[in-house]
Design a protein around this ligand. Sequence first.
Ligand SMILES: [Zn+2]
Length: 156
Amino acid sequence: MTAAPLPDSASGDGWQYCAQGHKHWGVYGAAGLLVRSGDLVLLQHRALWSHHGGTWGVPGGARHHGESAEEAARREATEESVLDVAPLVETARFVDDHGGWSYTTVVVEAAEALPVAIRGGESVEFRWFPAALLGTAEGPTLHPGFAHTWPIVEAL
Ligand SMILES: [Zn+2]
């Protein structure tokens, strides 16, 4: 599935400073899709060239102008994997609002933890992990943003 090219003004690709003085990716904020299936969580192994490459996180990225967080999260997941997002049901969401910039984690439930192949060049692999493993020494090395978000989202 290929989306029509966006006019430059609609793309949210770019850096944005938040009220806390951080520099974040996504002029209109960013969003990610956290897919759960029972006790399993689907994570993306990020390509080495990407920001915090080699770590594990959720597929996501910059929101376009006028795009909802849920639309952005589902679009990004579709660009980075072959996951069929249509049947995924949203169960929770967490907005990490920094003032002037926010990251929305959209949590969805998958009926089955089917294998998910990558699409595009931003991922090395998608893999299901037991939720209890995340954040432990035995677990995968998490993207710093996701490492911060995970305990909050897990408690929702
Ligand atoms: Zn910030």
